[in-house]
Ligand binder design. Structure first.
Ligand SMILES: *Cc1c(COP(=O)(O)O)cnc(C)c1O
Length: 411
């Protein structure tokens, strides 16, 4: 007997009415007409609201939620989320400017990322946001620029922990890393912060991304709190901010199941009294990107050609890896797997067939779905890639092959 092939988690966040996917309260075909072009990304504000509500209802109320803008920096999305979350985390001057445009209190914006350029540091100090320091060299630059500007920079130390997030899609910590200051070097850095004219805020400890296993997140949180409490002993001022990272994943591939928030929340509840006791001024921050926006977005491309090559049917679309690198399997995946894909205007279909959906680029990497069973589709049909609200357009090589630009809408 052959093993049961794993399937995609059901994408029930978008209703299907009369066999057509609906988003933002309208049929996909109507939305495509309204936008006036394919391909496009569409993000659903109702789903953004629901996701934040879910987190607020499950997590301890003392946990502050930040949005990591790099997951989806579309200004309308960031603006919408700014009204729902407690803070924004940015990773470049461009993201900082989008974040400041929302009207979010600069005290609730932080800036992480290696290799911050001097104009970026200057802008961050002038704006009054918190700079998550990534190295000793950056610390000296920040102090010097603050002095020149006549403003005391707000700084936190981004720590490269001495552990890593197990089963994480993308490891961001443990061992030698370009991110953060090695935990063992942090005490020296803290002493130096105390010698300079800086407003010390606390710690930022981010250990990984795209985790679907509660036990792994719990393990990371345990070690993060232990590490933060240990490092706080050398802090030059009370810890006011403890950013414990994010790492909450969403189901992309066959066999993936959603993260169970309950045990993660229970563990945070277990830690918070101890943190309150030892670091009474600390706000505990969870910074989430993908988990907030990923499931709220779809990518839509139109079938331009249908061809059969040696018995294998290809749907050739006007969209592909130049807009959606991650769905093509080339954004950090080791083994290519299909994102959940449907024919949006014919979700179930009377006839179904196994096809590959490809883009227009002259490279065999330009695949949106590899041998997937879909409703039988032809020219003009709309291919939908779910779970596309995070690391989509801005994580893709848009200029590769000089095709027309993709557009984005928030509905
Ligand atoms: C990318 C990033 C995030 C967001 O990660 P997600 O997996 O999208 O939640 C959060 N914090 C930092 C420092 C990051 O670099």
């Amino acid at each position: 007997m052959s093993a049961v092939r794993p399937t995609h988690w059901s994408m029930s966040q978008f209703p299907v009415i009369d066999n057509c996917l609906h988003i933002g309260g309208m049929p996909l075909t109507q939305l495509a007409a309204r936008i006036g072009q394919t391909p496009f990304y569409a993000y659903d504000r109702r789903l953004l609201d629901e996701r934040v509500t879910l987190l607020r209802s499950r997590l301890p109320s003392a946990i502050e939620l930040h949005y990591a803008v790099k997951a989806n920096p579309m200004p309308a999305v960031v603006q919408h989320l700014a009204g729902l979350v407690d803070g924004l985390d940015v990773a470049s001057l461009g993201e900082l400017s989008v974040a400041l445009d929302t009207g979010m209190d600069p005290a609730e914006i932080s800036f992480a990322g290696p290799g911050k350029r001097l104009p970026e540091l200057t802008a961050a100090i002038a704006a009054g946001i918190t700079i998550n320091l990534e190295s000793a060299g950056e610390l000296e630059n920040v102090a010097r620029l603050g002095h020149a500007l006549g403003r005391q920079p707000r700084v936190a130390v981004r720590v490269n922990p001495d552990f890593e997030l197990k089963a994480s899609g993308m490891k961001m910590s443990g061992g030698p890393k370009p991110f953060g200051v090695d935990a063992e070097q942090v005490p020296t850095l803290l002493r130096r912060i105390g010698q300079l004219d800086l407003n010390f805020r606390g710690f930022h400890i981010f250990s990984g991304s795209q985790n679907l296993r509660a036990e792994a997140l719990i393990d990371a949180h345990d070690r993060t709190f232990e590490l933060a409490l240990r490092l706080a002993a050398d802090a030059p001022a009370p810890v006011r901010m403890l950013n414990i990272g994010g790492g909450f994943g969403i189901p992309y591939f066959p066999g993936d199941t959603p993260l169970d928030l309950e045990p993660v929340a229970a563990n945070l509840n277990h830690w918070l009294p101890k943190v309150k006791e030892e670091l009474p001024e600390a706000h505990v921050v969870l910074e989430l990107g993908r988990y907030l926006v990923g499931e709220a977005g779809i990518y839509v491309a139109e079938v331009i050609d249908r061809k059969v090559s040696r018995g294998h049917t290809f749907l050739v679309t006007n969209g592909g890896l130049h807009h959606h690198l991650a769905a093509s399997g080339n954004f950090g995946q080791v083994v290519r797997k299909n994102y959940p894909v449907v024919v949006g205007n014919r979700v179930v279909g009377d006839e179904r067939e196994v096809v590959s959906v490809v883009g227009p680029l002259c490279t065999p990497l330009d695949i949106l779905a590899d041998r997937m069973e879909l409703a039988k589709a032809g020219v003009g049909d709309l291919i939908v890639v779910f779970q596309s609200g995070a690391y989509g357009l801005t994580a893709s090589p848009a200029r590769f092959l000089s095709h027309p630009a993709c557009v984005e809408v928030l509905v």
